[in-house]
Design a protein around this ligand. Structure first.
Ligand SMILES: [Zn+2]
Length: 103
């Protein structure tokens, strides 16, 4: 361990960055986030406009990319209900709000 840090992902906000960090760390991947210190330094920047870089060690890049690909696949398969516009996660086949079928 101890290779250079490589950025593998640009998270849209702190929340996503931390959930990715948790996911990668559960696979024993060492993670550093960049950008988060900016928001905590001012305390006023809205967290949702700041991109946060997700960095891992060079030797763990491949493993991290596999995990991120899985994450993106799950995120991409979520859907919005055509009837009530409720956002549903990818694992639901009907809208949990109104019971409408997935389009
Ligand atoms: Zn619905």
């Amino acid at each position: 361990m101890g290779g250079p840090w490589i950025k593998v992902y640009d998270a849209a906000n702190n929340l996503e960055a931390y959930s990715l960090k948790g996911m990668l760390e559960s696979e024993h991947i060492e993670v550093q986030l960049s950008g988060e210190c900016l928001s905590s330094a001012t305390g006023e920047l809205p967290t949702d406009v700041l991109q946060v870089g997700v960095w891992v060690r060079e030797e763990q890049v491949q493993l991290a990319r596999q995990q991120l690909a899985q994450y993106e696949h799950t995120a991409a398969s979520s859907w919005n209900c055509p009837q009530c516009a409720e956002h549903n996660e990818g694992q639901f086949e009907i809208c949990w709000q109104c019971g409408c079928d997935r389009p």
